[in-house]
Design a protein around this ligand. Structure first.
Ligand code: DX5
Ligand code: ZN
Length: 237
């Protein structure tokens, strides 16, 4: 295939008491990026970590850091994550548009939209670039791909969720595959896939056109993490 597949290891499944060791393992295993899942208990039904941990991650690895912001009002935190040392800041499209009725209220998940507020999305994409960082727009599985069409030309990176966000270790949703192919047919940039990526699902994900694979439980649960990264990267060859 000749595609350069990048592996982005998500620390959500690491032992946070041994964060520095986990980051070292990402590096020595050949991972290309570290993925940090930021959750606020409002956009998703779970709470994880924030900028203070991103700055700790920054001190212990030279790998690029992708901050995946699963939070309400992400615009309030772009500066904090940029200053904390994130290289890529991933914003959920669902934060830029009116939520579907079924997920509008507090505690109703997953959050989904049918149209994007282009002006505010562009404003935040520009703000991320102003800090010299790479913006990425993320779509939940139930949000139509077409909502991001108007902003696609201003992006180098789109992340498609292949689980409803909030937890690692969930089952890959195969409905992600036609979405990856459809996006690849009109987008040359990075297509990142996040959720349930493992040896069984990754071949189809890459075949569909994704080039960045996020993995938490598969990588950190592997008896041989370096072999795991090698096998994922080999899918592009
Ligand atoms: C889910 C997170 C993912 C998660 C992936 O909300 O965005 O990054 O950590 O976990 P695995 O690879 O175990 O599905
Ligand atoms: Zn993630």
């Amino acid at each position: 295939m000749g595609l350069n597949v990048l592996v982005s290891t998500s620390v959500l499944s690491c032992d946070f008491g041994k964060l520095a060791e986990a980051l070292k393992l990402c590096e020595t295993s050949g991972a290309d990026r570290v993925h940090v899942d930021v959750m606020d208990g409002h956009f998703v039904p779970n709470i994880s970590i924030g900028p203070v941990i991103v700055s700790a991650v920054r001190r212990y690895t030279r790998l690029p850091i992708a901050a995946h912001l699963m939070i309400e009002n992400p615009w309030d935190y772009i500066e904090s994550f940029a200053l904390a040392g994130a290289d890529i800041i991933a914003l959920h499209a669902e934060c830029y548009g009116e939520r579907r009725l079924a997920c509008r209220a507090y505690g109703e998940y997953p959050k989904e939209i049918d149209s994007l507020d282009i002006v505010s999305a562009q404003r935040d994409i520009a703000l991320i670039r102003k800090f010299g960082k790479e913006p990425c727009l993320v779509l939940n599985p139930g949000t139509p791909l077409s909502v991001i069409d108007p902003v696609l030309p201003s992006l180098n990176s789109v992340l498609l969720m292949s689980v409803n966000p909030g937890f690692s270790g969930q089952k890959f949703m195969s409905s992600a595959l036609p979405r990856i192919s459809s996006l690849r047919s009109r987008f040359q940039g990075d297509i990142v896939v996040d959720g349930g990526v493992n040896e069984a699902t990754a071949p189809d994900v890459v075949r569909a056109g994704a080039n960045v694979l996020v993995t938490a439980s598969y990588f950190f649960g592997s008896p041989d993490p370096a072999a795991t990264v090698r096998s994922l990267k080999a899918l592009g060859q």
